[in-house]
Ligand binder design. Structure first.
Ligand code: TYD
Length: 137
């Protein structure tokens, strides 16, 4: 699945603790224009349930754990994120479902553009139709 994948970040380990630096266009494969985080997720919540038309994102679970189902061009992969040195890259036309958040989960997302609701596809059948036209499925 070329449009989705894990990125391993550096960990600078010291006796005083660990540090992971993230630099735009170096550790993340695009220029970061927006950062947001997800936290206080109640038990059983489903987040995501959308794809983006142009946006690139990298999701990092900084604390706790969560699962992400990704679907791209008919292929489906599930990731469990629980490591602050691992980011999940998701490009355009990836349908994302996020679930099984632990109570202490804190996730940060680095995005390639400002928030734009018109970039979202929130209807799964529209996602399938647009993907079919875009990638000649
Ligand atoms: P949404 O992207 O649907 O959240 P998730 O994928 O985590 O379930 O966004 C939830 C709400 O927050 C929606 O009303 C749009 C708003 N929002 C912003 O205003 N700015 C942002 O950068 C993001 C990501 C969401």
């Amino acid at each position: 699945m070329f449009n989705v994948g894990l990125i391993k970040f550096r960990k600078i380990h010291r006796e005083e603790g660990d540090l992971t630096p993230i630099e735009s266009l170096r550790d993340i494969p695009f220029e970061i224009k927006r950062v947001y985080y997800i936290y206080n997720v109640p038990d059983g919540a489903l987040r995501g349930a959308h794809a983006h038309r142009r946006l690139h994102e990298v999701l990092v679970c900084l604390h706790g754990s969560m699962k992400v189902d990704c679907e791209f061009c008919g292929q489906k992969v599930t990731y469990e994120l629980n490591d602050p040195t691992v980011g999940l890259y998701m490009g355009p036309y990836v349908w994302i479902n996020m679930y099984d958040f632990s109570n202490d989960a804190v996730c940060v997302v680095f995005a390639s553009d400002y928030y734009d609701e018109s970039d979202y596809i929130r209807d799964y059948s529209v996602f399938l139709e647009e993907s079919k036209n875009m990638f000649r499925l």
